[in-house]
Design a protein. Structure first.
Length: 446
């Protein structure tokens, strides 16, 4: 009877059970609360993982626990990646832990990383598709809570740096289940309104759970599809969300986001003052140079005054005068348009008292500019007179009109003596009117 029995020793039984457990359960994730935590000098971690009705022993060896991002403590709820095993010496079944994460935040962090890699692979974070933030926005849209600290910070910064720019608030909840759909609706509404040329997506700091609406895929895709540039300012500087990666610009805080989209009004005023001063200096310098040049041209004109070319020069001057008038009129209109454009920008960027103060300066500059243009016209007339006289005096066409000609080879080399050509060679002769191509019959050397 005993011969038919399969008899195991205790060691054999425990070894067989250990193999069965390891074969049946590959790497699995188990969630529970840490208790009976022990951290001996060896560096290994031993603890019990329990829930409301059961518990299991666990071991995490030193080589696997070096990368833990937190300190395990009794009562901490965790998720562990492990294999099921059997400690054969005592016959206790246990879990051999490979990874450990805090439950809740750890799961959210894993979801964050998965979505981040997915959207990055689809190109939602690509720098090539990010829109440029306008230098001077015509209207700033703010998507945030109506009652949060973020909107107060944003409005305070805008009022300090550039109070003339209008702000449109799109109120949304910034945490909880309703936050993500509300943010998507606000982005769509802002596009349909077409009132803002930049949007701020902001909220104050908080935990990963509080900031989770800004990690939702629906929000990321709505931001990616938005035709208006978006600046994100979510949480504190250390907080990073999916919205930060998709946004056209990521600011560390709501305050930093507001500062990024608003120009410094005082800096602009200083720049305008500098340009005005520089323009006056350039005009004065140019007038001085043109005055000196006019004096020099007058002296030169008095020295070169051929009467027989006077009529031709007068006709040329009349033609040039007409062209200059057309060019000058166009230049004046262009400058007037430019001044009007600058005046409009100045009205938008400068308080009314400053505009009134600079208006007289602009009118004075216009008068000086007209005077400079008139002076430039007279100077160019005189220069044309001089150049026309010089050109007619030295022109070879004047000499050729008296019967002279220029002979060259067909290749274009000018013939100046008989030794440079040969019999039967074809040559070209340029007359006062027209050209002749001939062949050399005989060469006579003087």
């Amino acid at each position: 009877m005993a011969a038919d029995r399969s008899i195991f020793t205790v060691s054999e039984l425990n070894n067989a059970v250990a193999r069965l457990l390891e074969q049946e359960f590959a790497w699995i994730w188990v969630e529970g609360e840490i208790s009976n935590l022990a951290t001996p000098a060896s560096g290994h971690i031993y603890f019990t993982l329990k829930d409301a009705s059961a518990q299991v022993r666990c071991a995490m060896f030193r080589s696997r626990n070096r990368g833990l991002g937190f300190k395990p403590e009794n009562g901490t709820k965790v998720m562990v990646r492990c294999k099921v095993s059997l400690y054969e010496v005592r016959g206790d079944y246990q879990l051999i832990v490979d990874q450990m994460e805090q439950a809740g935040a750890g799961e959210l962090q894993r979801k964050f990383e998965q979505l981040k890699h997915k959207l990055a692979a689809e190109g939602l974070f690509s720098e090539d598709r990010k829109l440029a933030i306008p230098e001077i926005p015509s209207c700033i849209g703010v998507i945030t809570s109506r009652s949060g600290a973020a909107i107060r910070d944003v409005l305070s910064v805008i009022a300090r740096r550039f109070p003339s720019v209008p702000v449109k608030l799109y109120p949304v909840p910034v945490q909880g289940e309703e936050a993500a759909p509300a943010i998507c609706r606000a982005l769509d509404l802002a596009q349909r309104h077409e009132a803002c040329d930049v949007l701020l997506l902001v909220r104050g700091g908080g935990s990963l759970e509080d900031l989770w609406p800004f990690n939702e895929e629906s929000v990321a895709r709505a931001m990616f599809d938005c035709s208006i540039p978006i600046v994100s300012g979510v949480g504190h500087e250390v907080d990073i969300t999916i919205a930060d990666f998709v946004a056209d610009y990521r600011a560390a805080t709501p305050t930093a986001a507001a500062e990024h989209v608003t120009p410094d009004q005082q800096a602009w005023m200083q720049t305008l003052d500098w340009y005005q001063s520089r323009l006056e200096q350039l005009i004065d310098a140019r007038v001085q140079r043109l005055t000196e040049k006019l004096s020099w041209l007058r002296v030169r004109l008095s020295q070169q005054h051929p009467l027989r070319q006077l009529q031709r020069i007068r006709e040329r001057v009349h033609e040039i005068e007409q062209r200059m008038q057309i060019t000058t009129s166009y230049s004046i209109r262009s400058e007037a348009d430019r001044l009007q454009h600058l005046h409009t920008r100045l009205l938008a960027c400068t308080p009314i008292p400053a505009i009134r103060q600079h208006r007289s300066t602009v009118e004075r500059l216009q008068q000086r500019m007209r005077f400079s243009l008139t002076t430039a016209i007279e100077t160019r007339k005189a220069r044309f007179n001089s150049l026309a006289s010089t050109l007619n005096a030295i022109s070879p066409l004047q000499t050729m009109s008296r019967g002279y000609s220029i002979t060259s080879t067909l290749e274009g080399r000018t013939v100046t003596d008989s030794d440079s050509v040969m019999t039967n060679q074809r040559i070209r002769t340029r007359l006062h009117k027209g050209q002749l191509v001939s062949r050399i019959e005989k060469i006579i050397t003087d």
